[in-house]
Write a protein that binds this ligand. Structure first.
Ligand code: UD1
Length: 426
């Protein structure tokens, strides 16, 4: 069987107005899995990644690894990857340009092959997403870049060496690329101003499990001592804090009582605090996160996104959807990506009262209720927000553009059905 299924994408139909009840197991994290999969390029022998999420972005990354000559197979809830000999000749351009996180192959392939020619991972509807920090840091480590026919060409004629890197912004992707290039580089690399997101910490831990020597995992100062080689390892992908947060806010918006099994509560403090401010009762237990919520959420006042441990930008659209029915006013401030407000238009069509003050700031006036509509998802988290809006709306909501949602959610319909929602995809 092919490890990479072709998924039919369609529409999601939701009947709103049902309180959520029951439990659901939280899937493995997309943003942790993707760079950890890229890291298998550096390891000799086989790596087994438990709880790897079965989402389209992971399938795309597996396709890229196969195109490089890697062997890939699913075993239970995990995926086995081995990358014996590597060839960069046949990387499918459409997969690279279609997926931002193909960018983390840059550091891994430069470390493994010493040179790389690849397409730009492309822009994205949530913002420009430049890669200057990635390229600047890798240049400090001995890589020379130039552009040829719109492609990035990188070469390290004398191999990759350690460097003192000060990141002007704590970019998640740039930190990951530096880590991937540094683990087998000559000498020591120090990153000041590194991203502290849990997914970066997971990458550090998985690399260390393969024999890397990284200190400071989870902090903004990382020290990496280059080693000669890495070996394969077994590593469990942590549960997805954004998927858990989506279902937490779904329960907050629709009301109900749910258990989010294996929710990574230790990494969700900012999200849990916000949900509590909006009226949810949250209890962290060994099983996961219990959430209880009355029918109507309260306004948070201000929701401001920030780097970890702040309120995640990936949760902003879902929090916005819930805020549309919170009595009073809510101000939403987006500080990471400049174009994450595209979901406001379909939410307005569902009856939300949202005014955009400037490119970073929304003003939401709570409305009594949303009503079902046919709406289109145009990016991953905005799509999930429309599903959550559908749970809170009167009547039927149809969300199209579901291929975006499948990039990050294994099966949002099945998960929500387990919580009693009348939802199906066609
Ligand atoms: C990752 C996550 C994404 C999340 C984001 C912030 C993955 C696959 N994606 O994206 O879901 O929303 O972190 O938590 O893990 N920037 C520059 N120059 C650069 C790099 C980034 O200016 O070279 C800017 C970006 O435009 C953005 C900010 O830095 O404004 C943060 O971006 P970054 O942390 O790099 O996000 P990603 O790694 O792309």
């Amino acid at each position: 069987m092919s490890p990479i299924p072709e998924k039919a994408t369609g529409e999601i139909h939701i009947r709103g107005g049902v309180r959520l009840q029951g439990k659901v197991k939280v899937q493995g994290s997309k943003n942790a899995a993707l760079p950890i999969l890229a890291a298998t390029i550096l390891a000799e022998g086989e790596s087994y990644l438990k709880d790897c999420p079965k989402i389209s972005d992971v399938y795309r990354m597996l396709r890229l690894l196969q195109s490089l000559g890697g062997q890939v197979r699913w075993e239970g809830d995990g995926v086995c990857v081995s990358t014996g000999s590597i060839t960069t000749q046949d990387m499918p351009a459409d997969v690279i340009t279609g997926m931002r996180s193909s960018l983390c192959l840059l550091g891994a392939l430069l470390a493994r092959c010493g040179s790389i020619v690849m397409e730009y991972p492309g822009g994205c509807v949530i913002g420009q997403r430049p890669i200057d920090l990635h390229l600047g840091a890798l240049e400090q480590m001995g890589v020379h870049f130039h552009e040829e026919e719109g492609r990035i060409c990188g070469e390290a004629p004398e191999g990759i060496h350690g460097a003192e890197i000060h990141l002007a912004l704590p970019s998640v992707g740039a930190t990951e690329n530096i880590l991937l290039a540094a683990v087998t580089a000559r000498g020591v690399t120090r990153i000041e101003g590194a991203a502290r997101e849990p997914e970066v910490e997971a990458l550090c831990r998985s690399l260390n499990a393969c024999g890397a020597r990284i200190e400071g995992a989870g902090s903004s100062c990382l020290e990496i001592r280059g080693v000669k080689r890495l070996h394969g390892a077994v590593y469990r992908i942590p549960a997805d804090r954004i998927v858990a947060g989506t279902y937490l806010f779904a329960a907050l918006g629709a009301g109900g009582c749910v258990l989010l099994e294996q929710a990574p509560c230790g990494h969700m403090q900012g999200v849990i605090r916000m949900a509590e401010r909006m009226g949810a009762l949250c209890q962290v237990t060994e099983e996961g996160l219990y959430v209880q919520s009355a029918a109507k959420p309260a306004s948070a006042g201000v929701i401001r996104t920030g780097v970890y441990p702040g309120f995640p930008t990936d949760m902003q659209s879902v929090a916005l959807a819930v805020s549309t029915i919170a009595p009073g006013e809510t101000r939403i401030e987006e500080h990471i990506f400049e174009n994450r407000f595209r979901v406001t238009e379909p939410l307005r069509r569902m009856g939300a009262d949202i005014r955009q003050l400037d490119s970073h700031c929304l003003y939401v006036k709570g409305t009594d209720r949303l009503h079902g509509q046919r709406v289109e998802a145009c990016e991953l988290r905005g799509g999930a927000a429309l599903v959550v809006a559908g749970l809170m709306a009167e009547g039927e909501t149809v969300v199209t553009g579901c291929e975006y949602i499948e990039r990050g959610y294994e099966n949002i319909c099945k998960d929500l059905r387990e919580l009693g929602v009348r939802i199906h995809s066609v």
